[in-house]
Structures are given as C-alpha cells and as structure tokens.
Design a protein around this ligand. Structure first.
Ligand code: ADP
Ligand code: ADP
Length: 225
C-alpha cells in the first residue's frame, strides 16, 4: 500500500529549537508539496522520513512498514535527494551511476547496464554520460540526482528543495521529470517556491515554524493566499 502516515511527529534540537511540532500528515501516491520558508522545518521532516534522524515523538508508517523501526525495510524502497549533495567533479555521469547501482544491490552486469541506460535516457543525460560532473549545469546536476534517487524503483521518494537555484525553464523540466518518474510512488517535494507546488502537485501542506498551517489541494490554497 503506497501511503505514508505521519502521526504526531515532534523534534527539538539540543539548542532548544523546536523544528517539528506535532506534525500529522497522510500522503497518498503522487506528487506532494511541502511548502514553507527557510527554517520552517522542511529539511528536518525530510531527513526524518529518509530515516536519517529520529524524532523525539511520533510514529511514521509507509504502508505497513514502521519507518522509525524497520529502517532497512524503508531504505530498500526509498529514493532520497538531499538539499545539498556533493558529487565529485571529476566523476563521469555513467560511471558514477553504475557505481551507485552496485551500491543499491543491482549486481548483475546486464541488468545494471539496462537500468543505468534507461535512467540516463529518462533524465535526458544520455548524450553527456561520458562527461565530468564538474561541467554540469545546475539543472543537469539535479536531473542526475533524480537518476540516482530512482535506482531500484523506490516507492517513497523524498526530494528536498530540488529547484532552488534552477532557472525557470530548468525548474519546469525538472518538475515534469519528477512527476513522470514518480507516478506510482509517494513523492514528497519540499520547496519555498509557490509555483513548484501549484504546477504539478496533487496535494500540499504549508509548514512554518515547525507546524503545519494547512493541508489542501494546491489550487485551493493559492486562491486563499
Ligand atoms: P528548512 O528546511 O525549512 O529550512 P530546517 O529543518 O533546516 O528548515 O530547520 C528548522 C529549524 O531547525 C531552523 O531553525 C534550523 O536552524 C534548526 N536546525 C536545523 N537543523 C539543526 C541542527 N542540526 N541543530 C540545531 N538546529 C537545527
Ligand atoms: P535548510 O537550508 O534546509 O534550512 P540548513 O542550512 O538549516 O538547511 O541545514 C544545513 C545543515 O546544518 C543541516 O545538517 C542542519 O542539521 C544543520 N543546521 C542547521 N541549523 C543549525 C543550527 N542552528 N545549529 C546546528 N546545526 C544546524
């Protein structure tokens, strides 16, 4: 069952910042927007969903999987694109994607070749597969990030502020790609850009100061802004 249940999740940091305060959300398959300004708690929630950080309280279930307990189970079906991911500038796209595919457990050579080729084509990076990542534009880097995140056909896809720094054309291209590739998965996209959620998300939540202010369909929210 491809539904994410977040219940009463709270998190404070040792410095006293209450980054998440009693967050509850039910997120179905499709693209879901988490909209909020800088410091709202988006990355804190995304890291929690990606099993990288434990909340102080609350529960999270992906279908029947207890995300906070069965971390290995979640990781098998998780694609996570963090906000700032560093990639070695001298690595070449195809080579690196091959490497990540091995890490994901796709060990059989022919299967791996097919998966890597399909992902490079879907993300429109096939023609530059032999090039070094250091020469990639922001948009190319983010699309490459999606290719990595999509390895192993994840059903839970967490993408943290992926459009920050992209020009408008690249932004739209990136969102379309994400929406196509994540069609049958739960895709959570965090952003501070209203247009990111209004264009392709089927549902959205607004977060500020660690609290959910509303949970709705994007069109309704934007009429009320
Ligand atoms: P967003 O992604 O919406 O910008 P964050 O989740 O990064 O929000 O941050 C929420 C709040 O928690 C901010 O006030 C931030 O400074 C604080 N914060 C985030 N990570 C840490 C941390 N590791 N230690 C202390 N405070 C943190
Ligand atoms: P965002 O752009 O999503 O707000 P940040 O820049 O807040 O992300 O976070 C970047 C890194 O710094 C994260 O690993 C976060 O945990 C850490 N961090 C953020 N705020 C603080 C803080 N006030 N004290 C300590 N670490 C922080």
């Amino acid at each position: 069952e491809t539904i994410l249940y977040i219940q009463n999740v709270s998190k404070s940091y040792p410095n006293g910042v209450k980054a998440l305060q009693n967050i509850s959300l039910t997120i179905p398959a499709g693209m879901y927007g988490l909209l909020g300004p800088n410091g709202a708690g988006k990355s804190s929630l995304m890291r929690t969903l990606a099993t990288l950080q434990d909340p102080d309280e609350g529960s999270i279930f992906f279908g029947k999987i207890d995300v906070l307990k069965d971390k290995e189970e979640v990781q098998k079906t998780l694609g996570y694109l963090p906000q700032d991911f560093g990639l070695h500038p001298n690595a070449r796209a195809e080579e690196l994607l091959n490497y990540f595919a091995v890490m994901k457990g796709i060990r059989e050579k022919q299967a791996r070749r097919e998966v890597v080729e399909a992902l490079l084509k879907q993300t429109n990076l096939w023609d530059v597969r032999k090039q070094k990542l250091g020469g990639f534009s922001g948009g190319m880097r983010q699309r490459f990030g999606v290719a990595i995140a999509m390895l192993g056909n994840p059903k839970l896809i967490i993408v943290d502020e992926p459009t920050a720094g992209l020009d408008p054309a690249e932004r739209v291209r990136f969102l379309n790609l994400l929406s196509e590739m994540g069609e049958n998965s739960v895709v959570i996209l965090s952003t501070h850009i209203v247009e990111d959620v209004s264009e392709l998300c089927t549902r959205m939540a607004v977060i500020n100061k660690g609290q959910i202010l509303m949970e709705t369909e994007p069109l309704k929210a934007i009429k009320n802004l």
